[in-house]
Design a protein around this ligand. Structure first.
Ligand code: ZN
Length: 300
């Protein structure tokens, strides 16, 4: 949808909702946030409180999870339509020991990617755009994401500002040396007939540059996340159930230092009691208002 230009009538995204396009050259080119839905009074109050915290903050750290990408049509992993529910081989491939020891599994995995099975045409949504508004306002310190879809960068977040704590599926890494390349470059080789492409530098096994089960997080990424947490004056967790560790620990870490915490998620999380403000609502419905892209006070 990005770059498709203005459209008077809008069109439909992958989840079948109407998508409107902004006028190019406006203050926030891109997708127009939907009108704020009728929130129940408690949620509307929480949204306003979250916005007030954002407005007085200067160094915001945001931690995002799968919930911010669902409106881009990216399925979760274990839900009824989840990637792994529908394709158990993909779950097996996400275990590093299985991936290394089973060439047939790797061949299936590369074939599926080459066929464009994995998020071929996804675009950022208004939730991603809302976080770009924080950057535009000069108050986004660091964006830590558990997502591997690079949609934050595609929405316009500067890549130096993003910590991809679980890696990215848009790049490929050698499991034996430091070689990295874009996924597209390697898929060209797969489509040309290499069903299990090897590292061109050392002959090692190539894999998408994500952190698989059984692999450690990148120590430098974790250190950067913790340093940003120490420096921030507001911690926002968006679209994450805060159940994946160790990265979820940035929330209690911020709270323990007296830093305000805002949690925006469809469902409650275990860390809600630590939060200054909890907003349980659809991310796309509330994040533009919270970040300063939508109307500040929809009900007053
Ligand atoms: Zn290598």
């Amino acid at each position: 949808m990005l770059g498709s230009g203005p459209s008077a009538s809008g069109d439909h995204d992958v989840v079948g909702r109407s998508v409107l396009h902004a006028t190019p050259g406006g203050p926030y080119p891109g997708r127009v946030p939907p009108p704020t839905p009728d929130l129940d009074p408690g949620t509307a109050d929480a949204v306003r409180d979250a916005r007030r915290l954002v407005d007085v903050s200067r160094r915001i750290v945001v931690l995002t999870g799968a919930g911010i990408s669902t409106d881009s049509g990216i399925a979760d992993f274990r839900g009824p339509n989840g990637l792994w529910t529908k394709n158990p081989a993909a779950e097996r491939a996400s275990n590093i020991a299985t991936y290394l020891s089973d060439p047939e599994l790797r061949r299936q995995n590369w074939a599926r990617r080459a066929a464009g099975d994995l998020w071929p045409h996804v675009e950022p949504n208004v939730g991603h755009d809302a976080l770009v508004a924080l950057q535009d306002r000069g108050i986004l310190h660091t964006l830590i994401t558990q997502n591997v879809d690079e949609l934050h960068q595609r929405a316009g977040i500067e890549s130096e500002r993003v910590v991809e704590i679980h890696g990215t599926t848009r790049k490929v890494a050698c499991l034996a040396c430091e070689y990295r390349d874009t996924m597209e470059e390697v898929l060209v080789r797969v489509r040309a007939g290499e069903d299990d492409p090897a590292c061109p530098r050392c002959g090692g096994v190539l894999k998408s540059a994500t952190i698989s089960f059984g692999q450690s997080l990148v120590a430098a990424d974790l250190a950067r996340s913790e340093q940003a947490t120490r420096q921030c004056d507001l911690m926002m967790a968006v679209g994450t159930s805060l159940a994946v560790f160790p990265i979820a620990n940035v929330v209690p870490m911020a709270a323990s230092m007296g830093t305000p915490v805002v949690i925006v998620n469809a469902e409650p999380t275990d860390f809600d009691p630590l939060a200054t403000v909890v907003v349980n609502a659809g991310i796309s419905d509330v994040l533009p208002t919270i970040c300063g892209r939508g109307a500040a006070s929809p009900h007053r």
